[in-house]
Design a binder for this molecule. Structure first.
Ligand code: C5P
Length: 330
């Protein structure tokens, strides 16, 4: 193919992020319930003499353009796997997913680059191999390819798709600035060590998903999911065992206490969404974006307006879930 190939990739929210012990490789064992939400980046691949990357959209200036750009690394990884020379490709990212927001925007761009370059180069990489390359690029990249909903085990890269019974409505409150994922995991370890729960951060119970949460997701029952997210139902499992081991308060997103510790103003954002009638509010992944589950479009608009008017966030977005995985356009 000689023209331009474009892939569209969705953001994610973690409806549960149970964080187990730190492994010898520095990653943490997870039970990660991913849900793809309808905020999208588009990654276009065009043949070029030298590798080039450009970004447009509201968050463009915050995206690194050097070798640390995950989309550029994805193109290189795909070319290397096929034994091709350094990729002469221009990648353009039309960015609509918040940067460093806990919504896997960089991972989405990597998944989009894998798909778009594979089509552009006609390399027809088997799906299993694309998922393997994705996992090497980052823990969240395989899910960005897959979309829908999935339980991620290991460091989040070993995926089992999950059913979602109905459309779910979300509001996202975007914060000023971002949080670096490694720093949030480090803070999670520090809080656990400091909590006096008696656990070492390398020796914790295996993280497990909440049965009530998976059932609510499968039924597409927003109210039941809200109850599972806020702990109003029995969300027992290893999340609670982790809580007992660490002595920290239970949170369906176990990175949330760390994100709040590094970014205390997020507590005001969460309280504002709660007061405005959200079924549940949580920090998205490692933050600082806050995600609010709402029952319908009307409530989404009302919660979004309340958040925007409160001055407790920089911007708000509404989106539905589940969204599809990385898809070629045109
Ligand atoms: O896999 P990814 O590159 O997205 O991870 C970024 C960082 O987040 C890792 O370097 C690590 O510090 C942390 N992380 C972790 N455990 C995971 C996933 C990520 O500690 N399961």
């Amino acid at each position: 193919m000689t023209g331009t190939v474009t892939a569209r990739v969705a953001a994610k929210v973690n409806v549960q992020l149970a964080v187990g012990g730190r492994r010898p490789d520095g990653f943490h064992d997870l039970a990660n319930v991913f849900l793809a939400v309808g905020l999208y980046d588009e990654v276009s691949a065009t043949p070029a003499d030298t590798p080039r990357i450009s970004v447009s959209g509201p968050y463009a200036e915050r995206v690194p353009l050097g070798d640390s750009n995950l989309a550029a690394r994805a193109a290189t990884a795909l070319a290397t796997w096929h034994g091709l020379p350094a990729p002469g490709v221009h990648l353009h990212i039309a960015k609509d997913i918040p940067v460093a927001g806990g919504m896997a925007g960089g991972s989405a761009d990597a998944a989009g680059a894998l798909l778009a370059c594979d089509a552009l180069w006609g390399t027809r990489t088997p799906r299993e191999q694309l998922l393997e390359l994705a996992a090497e690029l980052g823990s969240d990249v395989p899910f960005a390819l897959l979309g829908g909903a999935a339980l991620g085990r290991g460091r989040g890269e070993r995926l089992a798709p999950l059913p979602v019974g109905d459309t779910l409505h979300w509001v996202f409150a975007l914060a000023d600035g971002g949080l670096a994922t490694p720093a949030v995991y480090r803070e999670c370890d520090r809080l656990r060590e400091a909590s006096g729960g008696g656990a070492t951060v390398t020796d914790l119970p295996a993280p497990e998903p909440s049965r009530a949460l998976l059932d609510a997701l499968g039924a597409g029952d927003a109210r039941a999911l809200g109850a599972a997210l806020t702990g109003d139902t029995d969300t027992a499992g290893a999340a609670d065992r982790t809580t007992q081991a660490t002595g920290l308060p239970r949170c369906v997103n176990e990175l949330q206490p760390a994100a709040l510790s590094l970014y205390p103003a997020l507590a005001d954002t969460l309280a504002t969404g709660d007061a405005a009638g959200a079924l549940a509010g949580l920090v998205s992944g490692s933050g600082p974006t806050c995600a609010f589950l709402v029952p319908d479009v009307e409530s989404a608009d009302a919660v979004a307006a309340a958040l925007l008017g409160s001055g407790t966030c920089r911007d708000v977005r509404t989106a539905t879930a589940p969204a599809a995985g990385a898809t070629l356009l045109g």
